[in-house]
Design a protein around this ligand. Structure first.
Ligand code: HAM
Length: 412
């Protein structure tokens, strides 16, 4: 027996149906805000992935050498690849540019519930603005997706990396990144050690990291050093309040990636436990890293697999009960295929191909959750009819082939 590589999954048809249903809703909501789909390669040059990605990503990179001795990596996320496309091809297009993607990503992490080595992200990038309006738009969009999916138990947490970096401004950038990495991991002891000999207002830094609550808590830091940041932050929150988006301020959010520079947010579905983060994003600067003019940008990505888990916890992914047909031909005549063609305009229609007796075919239909069986024999064809057996009600009727469409329309 061959087994799957660790951290990967097979998705059987029942699971795929649920995933596609969720994907279609996400796609629809993204597109309703004007975002257009983009796709980038599954692997990239390793430098693209390591530039500004952060310690966490660098440690978990899936890299390999190809036959031409190039060092490549499977994408761990899509923000950097999308910004490469922007720098290469979209730089001079009118702004803003709104892009979205739903694609697989790879991180070599320790697999556990909600943490995989191959997982999917559904995300957006808004290129050309990081104004309060733009940031509020992407947060409201993430909220809208969750509402349309029907999820109840989630919490939007909003922070500001600009505020954290401002307090750390005397520390060199590399060390700042490492400090934020440990903040993200919750290892505040390490952060304390790293700040020991730095000219940083440590009291303020740790106080800010612990600030959580409604927006009034920002009053505490609305002075001196941080005043401008609080002002910018408040404008975003004003707009979210107008939109009616519920959120919590959480200034301890440091994000796992290095490219963030302003407002950041994470969405938690608490019922998922340790891997409760179903979405992350914020304002970032990457355009200049890939050779474009500095360009304001913001975006987010849902962890698609975690979203599925969260929806399942709330029983929101019930099986869909669409009619499903099995056609059992007792004779092979053109009319048989005409009937199949008519049914397929409305519903899935399988053809019996095992050359079984009627009884066996019906047994199969029962195990396959077929809702309707169509039987076509010489007698039916002579009368230009088809026998329709409703498997749930266990009743059989004959219908004129001419009237089959009317019957199907009523089932829709
Ligand atoms: P991220 O927070 O690293 O951000 O990933 C986004 C989401 O992907 C996470 O919130 C989580 O739900 C999911 N995720 C991450 N790793 C795994 C894993 N191993 N297994 C399952 N799910 C996982 C980004 O990747 C940014 N590119 C988001 C962004 C877009 N920022 C701006 N634009």
């Amino acid at each position: 027996m061959f087994t799957r590589p660790r951290g990967t999954r097979d998705f059987l048809p029942e699971e795929m149906k649920k995933r596609r249903k969720v994907e279609n809703i996400i796609r629809k909501v993204f597109e309703s805000y004007g975002y257009e789909e983009i796709m980038t390669p599954t692997f990239e040059h390793i430098e693209l992935i390591t530039a500004k990605s952060g310690e966490e990503i660098r440690r978990s990179i899936y890299n390999f050498r190809d036959k031409g001795n190039r060092e490549l990596a499977l994408r761990p996320e899509l923000t950097a690849p999308v910004m490469r496309v922007y720098a290469n091809e979209l730089q001079f297009k009118p702004k803003p540019i709104r892009l979205y993607y739903i694609a697989n990503c790879f991180r070599y992490e320790r697999p556990q519930a909600g943490r995989f080595r191959e997982f999917w992200q559904a995300g957006v990038e808004l290129i050309g603005s990081s104004s309060p309006m733009a940031v509020a738009e992407i947060i409201a969009l993430a909220d809208d997706v969750l509402k349309k999916l029907g999820l109840k138990d989630y919490e939007i947490n909003i922070g500001h990396i600009g505020i954290l970096r401002k307090i750390l401004s005397e520390v060199d950038e590399k060390k700042q990144n490492l400090i934020l990495h440990y903040v993200d991991k919750g290892e505040l002891g390490v952060v304390e050690d790293m700040l020991k000999n730095e000219k940083v207002d440590k009291e303020l830094f740790f106080k800010v990291l612990k600030m959580e609550g409604d927006r009034d808590i920002l009053d505490e830091i609305n002075n001196g050093l941080l005043k401008d940041y609080v002002k910018d932050f408040s404008r975003t929150l004003d707009i979210l309040d107008i939109f009616g988006v519920k959120y919590k301020i959480n200034l301890g959010i440091a994000r796992g990636l290095e490219y963030y520079s302003g407002v950041v947010f994470e969405i938690y579905a608490k019922r998922l436990g340790a891997q409760k983060q179903i979405c992350g994003g914020g304002v970032y600067s990457l355009a200049h890293v890939f050779g474009a003019k500095p360009t304001p940008t913001c975006g987010f990505a849902f962890g698609f697999d975690r979203l599925i888990l969260a929806l399942e916890k709330e029983n929101l992914l019930s099986d869909d009960k669409k009619p499903r047909f099995l056609l059992i031909p007792m004779v092979l005549k053109k009319e048989v295929f005409d009937v199949a063609r008519i049914v397929r305009k409305y519903f899935a229609c399988e053809m019996e191909v095992m050359e079984r007796k009627l009884k066996k075919a019906l047994e199969y239909a029962n195990t396959r959750r077929i809702t309707h069986v169509l039987i076509l024999g010489e007698d039916e064809l002579k009368r230009k009819e088809v026998a329709v057996k409703d498997m749930e009600k266990n009743v059989q009727i004959n219908i004129k082939i001419d009237e089959l469409e009317e019957y199907l329309k009523k089932l829709k």
